[in-house]
Design a protein around this ligand. Sequence first.
Ligand code: GUN
Length: 294
Amino acid sequence: MELIDGKQIAATIKSEIAAEVAAMVERGERRPCLAAVLVGHDGGSETYVAHKVKACEECGFISTLIRFEDDITEDDLLAVVDELNNDPTVDGFIVQLPLPRHISEQKIIEAIDYRKDVDGFHPVNVGRLSIGLPCYLSATPAGILELLKRSGVETRGRECVVLGRSNIVGKPVANLMMQKNDPGNATVTVCHSASRDLPEITRRADILIAAIGQPGFVTADMVKEGAVVIDVGTTRVPDSTRKSGWRLRGDVDFDSVAPKCSKITPVPGGVGPMTIVSLMRNTLAAAKGEIYPR
Ligand code: GUN
């Protein structure tokens, strides 16, 4: 069994990006600029956004964190989005999800100019992804494909089973894995809460991608000998041995599953760092006008 070291791969990519930014600055070009909007004080969101800001520093980007209390109105948040859409110094921006219940996430996502939507959540980017056109790829799916590529996993013609059908991970990763591309070109099955005989389906997988948000859901009996297992789960579970009182646990029961795998991602240190790096890649592409020329 080989551990796929997402942290190490992410560090390598960040240094590649930093080198490219240094060359841009050398040529007298502007540093890429990412803005992040954070509403409220959700623990997970605070952590993600802090990691994004730190990654910007490591890549030589300018970053702006715009914070609001969770009583901001939908109209006021829409006005913030509009301002960022029209700010020429901002190459791309994200609105961290989840948002408070009184704000429609879909309305906010659709208000973002798709040319600055470095999360790849806008329907224009989602639609372009699904028909194989250049677009901002949503960060976690793009990170998973990059992990597979840099770990030398052959995907062409192989059985890929995706557990979960969320708009952020399940649907786009299934879409990317079936595109005529490398990585990609796989035979893809998507399972969800209404799927029957789950273990029978997941045991077919040469590549199993778990993105359901249920800690330890995937057990050894669900995995084929020699499979590649990608664990997207990051649920906080109580842990009295930690100062924080919690630790992150993936969707895969690592201890029982790992011995059966040819390769597996750990949690933390697998998919998570790659998600952030994909956001950095999208922001660099935005600054260079690579996808939507300015
Ligand atoms: N919440 C969980 N993952 C993400 C993400 O990739 N982007 C945003 N904006 N919010 C999230």
